[in-house]
Write a protein that binds this ligand. Structure first.
Ligand code: SF4
Ligand code: SF4
Length: 296
C-alpha cells in the first residue's frame, strides 16, 4: 500500500522479508513536497549506482522501484518540504523508523520554492491557481524537515550534487561525518580562474554568499549565481547587499534576489527582509528589521 502522496509510508512491505547472506544496511528514500529532482540525482549516479546497490539494500525508493521492504531503516534520505497535515504526520513515522535521517535539497532543508507561500496570506495562491481551492487540504506554510523532526545531516542544493550525495551516503555507512565544504561559490570561481561577474561586469551574483557544491557552474558561463545551494557557512549577506545597492540595484530587486529557492534559509530570509521584503505571514523565524521605506 502506498501513502497518499504515492511515496509510501514506513512499514509498508510489498515484497515480504528477503534475507541477505551478509546483512547490508538498508537505505530508504522518501518524497514530500518536491519536484523529484534530488531523487533523480541519485539515479543519475550511473557509474556508481550498481556499486551502491551492492553496498546497501535499497528498501524504499518509489522513483526506482515499487518493491518495498519494511523498516526500520539504517539511513533515510528525505526530499521535499512539509506542506500538508499528512506530511506532518508521515515525517514522524519516517523519523521513528530511521536510524539516521538525511535531508536532501532546498525543499527539505529550507522549504524550497514553494516556501514563497509563507509570505502570502493563507490560501492566497490556491485561489489563483485552482478552480476549486476548497478541495485543497494544505498547511499555510512550507517548512523544512528540521522544523518537524531531528535531522542528522542536511545536504543542500536545488538539485543536490550527486558527488556530494555519494559522499554523504558513503560517510554515513562508514560511521564518519560527511566532508561537505561550506565555503562560497565565489571562492570556487577564484579557484577555477573565472573572472568575477560582480566586480568586473556589475552582474547581480549571489556567489559570495552561496554555498559551493556546483563548481561555480553559472558564473563559468557568464551568469550570476542565484543561490540554489543556499547560504554558505559564513555568508556576509549585508555586505553583498550593500555592494549591489552601490552598483545601482533597487532594494526591491536585492530583496527578490535573496528570495528564490532558499527564501526560507535564515541568512537569505533575514537579508530579504532587511532590504524591505515582507515578513513571513505565518512563521516563527525571527528576522532583523529592515531600514525605513525608501523615498522615491
Ligand atoms: S530541491 Fe530543487 S531539485 Fe530538489 S526536489 Fe526541491 S525543487 Fe526539486
Ligand atoms: S552558480 Fe549558483 S545558481 Fe548556479 S548552480 Fe551554482 S549555486 Fe546554483
Amino acid at each position: 500500500m502506498s501513502g497518499p502522496s504515492g511515496s509510501g509510508t514506513p512499514g509498508d512491505d510489498d515484497t515480504g522479508p528477503v534475507q541477505d547472506a551478509v546483512r547490508r544496511p538498508t537505505l530508504a528514500v522518501w518524497k514530500f513536497a518536491s519536484c523529484d529532482g534530488c531523487q533523480l540525482s541519485l539515479l543519475d549516479c550511473e557509474d556508481e549506482l550498481l556499486t551502491l546497490a551492492h553496498a546497501v539494500r535499497i528498501a524504499n525508493f518509489t522513483e526506482m522501484s515499487r518493491a518495498k521492504v519494511a523498516g526500520p531503516y539504517d539511513v533515510s534520505l528525505v526530499e521535499g518540504s512539509i506542506t500538508t497535515p499528512d506530511d506532518a504526520l508521515r515525517i514522524r513515522e519516517v523519523r521513528a523508523n530511521s536510524r539516521l535521517l538525511v535531508t536532501i535539497g532546498a525543499c527539505a532543508t529550507a522549504g524550497g520554492i514553494q516556501g514563497l507561500r509563507n509570505f502570502a496570506a493563507s490560501g492566497a495562491y490556491a485561489g489563483t491557481v485552482y478552480a476549486h481551492p476548497e478541495y485543497i487540504n494544505s498547511l499555510d506554510t512550507s517548512t523544512p524537515i528540521a522544523a518537524h523532526v531531528h535531522v542528522d545531516f542536511e545536504l543542500h542544493g536545488c538539485p543536490i550534487d550527486r558527488h556530494q550525495l555519494l559522499e554523504v551516503i558513503t560517510a554515513t555507512l562508514a560511521g564518519r561525518r560527511p566532508v561537505i565544504p561550506g565555503h562560497s561559490v565565489c571562492q570556487e570561481c577564484k579557484g577555477r580562474g573565472t573572472v568575477c561577474l560582480l566586480v568586473s561586469g556589475g552582474t547581480a551574483c549571489l556567489g559570495p554568499v552561496t554555498r559551493t557544491g556546483c563548481g561555480a557552474l553559472c558564473p563559468a558561463v557568464g551568469r550570476g549565481c542565484f543561490g540554489c545551494f543556499g547560504p554558505a557557512d559564513t555568508a556576509n549577506t549585508s555586505s553583498l547587499a550593500a555592494q549591489l545597492r552601490r552598483q545601482g540595484m533597487a532594494r526591491v530587486d536585492v530583496s527578490r534576489l535573496f528570495r528564490t529557492f532558499n527564501a526560507g534559509a535564515p541568512a537569505f530570509l533575514e537579508e530579504s527582509v532587511a532590504q524591505g521584503g515582507s515578513l513571513p505571514v505565518a512563521s516563527s523565524v525571527s528576522v532583523r528589521p529592515g531600514p525605513p521605506p525608501e523615498t522615491p
